[in-house]
Write a protein that binds this ligand. Sequence first.
Ligand code: B12
Length: 216
Amino acid sequence: MEKKNLLEAMSRSITDGEITETKRLATLAVESKMDLNEVIDMGFVPGIQKTGDLWEKGEYFLPELISSAECMKAAMRILQPALTRLQLKTQSKGKIIIGTIEGDIHDIGKNLVASMLSANGFDVIDMGADVKLETFIQKAEQEKADFICLSSLLTTTMLGQKRFMARLKEKNLSSKYKVLVGGAPVTQKWADEIGADGYAENALTAVKLVLVLAGK
Ligand code: B12
């Protein structure tokens, strides 16, 4: 199949919630040594985005959302080990703590950012979703992290990002870590307002930003 058609089929398999097809296409991408950044960004991600659009239009309901999300996770479970194998076998470029803020269970975007950072040579500790603010700080201190990446998909949990910045300040830890924020409702304006060190719109720009902030 032509690359363009393959990428479209990947996207469609996510939107249609066809998990067997998703797994087949992800495996094919790995076996045929396709550019996995492209496969994620132009194949699978547009599929989950389309699901989001259909949900917003009221054409999709929770079961469809869940099926698409399951497909996306299945694709990443196949792509992630291959991305990790491709990671340059050099010294880590820095340590990153990443997670979705407490009260928020969305983790697809956060997982993508974590995968891409890891594939680009960073040592990534993924705390999962619904993570308490204090747990991020404890882990960062324990692991001597360089970056803390906070994901929020809900407008309510975005406020957790603001509270996190205030808590770091209270503990005199603001200059110790670079904090990046992201997630669909988050903007550069919001990042500036709460005093975060950076914001990125997607996983690829997140990698570029972290590389710059890490001086790499
Ligand atoms: C899939 C999905 C779900 C799945 C989540 C599965 C999972 N394991 O993640 C399920 C079905 C479980 C779900 C549940 C809910 N959802 Co939902 N969900 C979505 C949906 C359709 C897609 C989200 C997604 O995965 N996008 C694809 C990924 C690739 O994009 P992304 O997450 O934005 O991530 C990218 C960037 O933002 C960025 N990024 C992300 N994180 C970070 C972090 C950093 C540091 C950086 C730099 C960058 C970055 O890079 C990522 C990769 O490119 C969105 C709609 C939408 N348009 O976003 C609604 C949406 C987020 N959900 C919504 C809601 C309301 C809910 C529920 C409350 C529904 C309910 N009534 O129960 C619950 C939430 C419960 C909770 N407490 O968390 C609303 C939020 C509204 C709001 N303004 O707050 C949305 C916007 C839908 C809508 N329009 O109403 N949801």
